[in-house]
Each structure stands twice: as C-alpha cells, then as structure tokens.
Ligand binder design. Structure first.
Ligand code: PEP
Ligand code: MN
Length: 337
C-alpha cells in the first residue's frame, strides 16, 4: 500500500499515522521525492481500514497494491480451483449446467423436471426449498419437505443437487445436499457465510444485486477464511436504471472476476433477465464471456409455476440452449465432463 502525504503536513501528525500503522504489525518506509512524501506500507494490509487512513488530515491519496481478499485472490493462488462434487468438476476447463425449477413445488414436479433437464444435458439439479421472496405473502417454499423432495429427485435421476439456504439455523437440514446456494439477498449475511466456512460443503455464492465486485469477493473471503475453500461464484444481474429487464446481467464481471480470483465463476441468466426469451441468448453470451457454467430455471408448466414462471425455460427450449452451448464450448476451450 502506498500513502501519499499532503504537502505541508506536520511531521508529528505524520509520525502519529506511522505509529498507528506500525501498531498493526506493518512496516512503514518513508519515500521522499522532489517536493512530495509518500509512505510504503509492507505486510498484510488486508486488516487496514482504508477509509480511516484516508480520513487522516495528512493523507492526500492511498493506493492499494494488494487486493483485500487474500485467500480468494489469484495473487497467492494463480491456478484455477477445481471443485469436485461426486465426479462433477467445477472450474478449470470444465463447464457445468445447473438447471431445474425456481422452487420445489411437489415431489412429482421436481422428479418430472429433474428427468427432463437430465435428458437435455443438465449436470446439476436445482430447486429452491426456502424461497426468499420480496413479498411475505408470496409462496415461501416447501422448506424442509422441499429438501426431502429434492433429495428424492437426486436419488431418482442421479444428479447432484443444489438448494438455497436462508438461515444459519437450517444448516443441519442441508447435510445431504451437494451444494449450498447463498442467494443474492444473503450475500452479506456474514454470520451465515462464516458458519458455511466452518464446513467443507461446496457453496455457490451469488452476487448481491447491489454489490460491487470487491464486496462479492470479500463475501467469498468470509467463507474461505474460516477454512472452506469450496466456493463457486455466480453472477446473477445487478440493479441498474434499466426497467425492461429484471436486473442487468453484468457479463463483463465474468472475465474481470476470473482475472482476480481462482474460484469458478458461474452465470445465472434467469434472474438477471427475468424474461424467458432473453434467457437462452444470455446463457450463450455467458459461455462466450468465459463462465465456468450456468444456472438456469426450467419449468414444464411456467404459467402454473409457484415462483418465477416468467423467466422459466420450457424443457424443449432448455434442450436447444444446451445443444448450442455444446457447440460453443470447444471455442472457449471447455467441456462438460
Ligand atoms: C434463486 O436462484 O432461486 C434465487 C432466488 O436467486 P437470487 O438469489 O439470485 O435472486
Ligand atoms: Mn427464481
């Protein structure tokens, strides 16, 4: 970290700042140039409160050289992380397709859709049991029963399953789930992230609709700093001023984040677009952007779906998207194992 000192600052004030930084176990060297002074701070600067240092009257500018997410960052872990979920590999040269309904609605529904998405080429089955809805009056999910129906579907079709957790108190119910999803609304639920960090269960961490890339990666760091290195990131659209789509899919985040972290990066075009007809094109664009996989909502009766029917692909449309993805994968050097 480099701290540029304001011209004309009092030495005793600069010394106070140096002392403060030294007290954090960091080494400070003074760099005196022609008419300018800067401090170079050496050591692990991730615990420094940048805003506090910036607020000092003697600080002109502050430049971070290291990213504040050490474990999730590529600097100390240059090679891609590959997460193996029962032989299904996430990251590296692998591409995975997570598909299924927004929510588990009944045992028959999830088994029926599981069979359809598996036949089309999905490699992981999704289905929400706990639904964090904007309205408290909307369908909130089948909860514990939803998880057990999802596990029946897993048994029936043999795909690993992913479902969303909304409370740290439910963790025990997720013991047989293969991947735990942390949704956009809980990306900054730090107690939940820490608790998930204490297990070794793979976690798919969605980007909050209002999070910067740095905040998203810091949330991954929360999980990883507790020991769990099995984190998959998922871009799902951010809020912008544009009302014609549910959110704005930030596709440039994919190559950008892949440059900053070694973790697998997925894209969920369904929640970003919010409209069925946009999901296929955005799924293909995600492949082009270098995503390690996609997560798509599929329903065989969208009109009667209890949640997010407006963005659900019909199984036959999903099938055709998968065919196109398969044609694109050799171009981006990835394959579905
Ligand atoms: C979901 O995947 O069902 C979901 C609620 O997504 P998000 O957290 O991205 O809104
Ligand atoms: Mn949904």
């Amino acid at each position: 970290m480099i701290i540029v000192i304001k011209n004309g600052s009092e030495k005793k004030e600069v010394d106070r700042l140096v002392e403060k930084i030294n007290s954090m176990g960091l080494v400070v060297n003074e760099l005196c140039g022609f008419g300018a002074t800067a401090l170079s701070v050496i050591g692990d600067t991730s615990a420094i409160d940048v805003d506090l240092i910036n607020s000092s009257a003697v600080v002109d500018k502050l430049y971070r050289i290291q990213d504040p997410y050490r474990i999730a960052g590529r600097n100390f872990h240059p090679q891609d992380t590959v997460i193996d979920v029962d032989g299904v590999k996430f990251g590296g040269d692998n591409f995975q397709i997570i598909a299924g309904p927004c929510s588990v609605e009944s045992e028959e529904q999830i088994i029926r859709i599981a069979k359809a998405v598996k036949a089309a080429g999905a490699t992981v089955l999704r289905g929400g049991a706990y639904k964090p809805r904007s309205s408290p009056y909307a369908f909130q999910g089948l909860k514990e029963e939803g998880i057990s129906f999802l596990l029946s579907a897993k048994k029936e079709v043999g795909l690993p399953v992913i479902t969303e957790i909304v409370s740290v108190n439910h963790l025990e119910l997720f013991k047989d789930v293969d991947i735990i999803q942390v949704g956009a609304r809980n990306m900054q639920n730090y107690e939940l992230l820490r608790e998930l960090g204490r297990s070794d269960k793979p976690v798919l961490l969605k980007r909050s609709m209002a999070a910067t890339i740095e905040e998203w990666l810091m949330s991954a760091e929360y999980i990883m700093s507790e020991g769990n290195k099995n984190v998959i990131l998922c871009e799902r659209g951010i809020r912008t001023f544009e009302p014609s789509t549910r959110c704005t899919l930030d596709l440039s985040a994919v190559p950008l984040v892949k440059g900053k972290t070694h973790l697998p990066v997925f894209v969920d075009p369904s929640h970003a677009a919010g409209k069925t007809e946009l999901v296929g094109p955005m799924a293909l664009a995600s492949v082009g952007a270098g995503a390690d996989g996609i997560m798509v909502e599929v329903h065989d009766d969208p009109l009667c779906s209890l949640c997010d029917g407006a963005q659900a692909l019909l199984p036959e449309d999903f099938d055709s998207v998968v065919e196109k993805i398969k044609a694109m994968l050799p171009v981006v050097g990835k394959s579905i194992q």
